[in-house]
Design a protein around this ligand. Structure first.
Ligand SMILES: *Cc1c(COP(=O)(O)O)cnc(C)c1O
Length: 311
């Protein structure tokens, strides 16, 4: 991970052709999930300039926030370990420390194996995460730290996400990405070329996302496609699982259940419904998140639902 921070040469991922659909519509997937085995996809992009700044300002500890299944928690723990930072994860759910460790989520077990120290908060306390009071409390407990916000989105994260698209992507008409906090989409929007349009597929039900994204972008060639969240964040049903399994079986690309599964489901559905003009070239960003499959499969098994096949 040393080169994660020190190597300033640009890192690019490959575009993999998926399929051609009727009307000459073609779909590719940008394999950001393959950037790094543990700090995958957009979390790599979002952490890069934050870690450089933390190092420059001589912090030795990173502190961040997330839920028990958070890709961002896993990525921060791994990135911290590999670039010489101590990491503290402020985790939503004060019932977790009461549970035997064997029942902890795979994400928390992984983060702990990277040396992350946890601080658990009740859901109510966690909601105060952006307040001065909670930050002061955390500074009293942990002293100095470089704070990375929940989901990792800040101006430096968006700067990192502006490096996802390169000149090799200039000929795509549509750039599609999953949306959580919107930081990744903002970076993509800022790096669009003339004639390109960005489509964001929120993985959750919200009405504030558009305003959040507008804070970080200065162009208008983008839209949010709001009807593929499957009922909310980390909500899933057998239709989505069956789609993901069919997709990985046919194209050899693993999708994650929280973000990219919903994104690609949405793109296929829009193609079927005639949303894209004939001969459109579409690029979907595979933002990673595959570490979440194991935890989701444990949940699906409990609910006696079909599980996500791991290819
Ligand atoms: C975190 C995450 C997202 C959402 O990114 P934002 O910048 O918060 O919108 C999308 N896909 C995957 C796989 C993620 O882990």
């Amino acid at each position: 991970m040393q080169d994660f921070l020190d190597d300033q040469t640009d890192l690019h991922s490959q575009n993999q052709f998926v399929d051609e659909f009727s009307g000459g519509i073609k779909l590719w997937i940008k394999r950001e999930d393959l950037l790094h085995p543990e700090v995958s996809g957009n979390k790599f992009r979002k952490l890069k300039y934050n870690l450089l700044k933390a190092r420059e300002e001589r912090y030795d500890t990173l502190l961040t926030f997330g839920g028990a299944f958070s890709n961002h928690i896993a990525a921060t723990a791994a990135a911290g370990l590999k670039s010489g930072f101590k990491t503290i994860g402020v985790i939503r759910g004060d019932e977790i420390p009461e549970m035997p460790k064997s029942r902890w989520s795979p994400t928390l077990k992984f983060a702990e194996s990277c040396g992350m120290e946890f601080h658990f908060l009740s859901r109510e306390e966690y909601r105060q995460r952006d307040t001065k009071e909670l930050k002061e409390k955390l500074h009293n407990i942990f002293d100095e730290f470089y704070l990375v916000p929940e989901g990792g989105t800040n101006a430096l994260a968006i700067q990192g996400c502006e490096e996802i698209l390169t000149e090799a992507d200039d000929n795509f008409d549509f750039i599609c990405s999953s949306v959580g906090t919107g930081g990744t989409l903002a970076g993509l929007i800022n790096s669009l070329k003339f004639g390109q349009k960005c489509l964001g597929f929120p993985a959750l039900k919200t009405d504030y996302l558009k305003d959040e994204i507008c804070k970080f972008v200065n162009r208008s060639e983008w839209d949010l496609i709001q009807n593929y969240h499957f009922g909310g964040y980390a909500k899933i049903n057998s239709e989505l699982v069956n789609f993901m399994n069919g997709f990985s079986g046919e194209y050899g690309i693993q999708l994650d259940p929280v973000y990219t599964g919903k994104l690609v489901f949405g793109i296929f559905d829009l193609i079927k419904k005639g949303y894209f003009p004939n001969n459109s070239n579409i690029l979907a960003i595979h933002t990673g998140g595959l570490q979440g499959i194991q935890g989701m499969n444990e949940f699906l098994k409990k609910k006696k639902l079909p599980q996500i096949e791991i290819i």
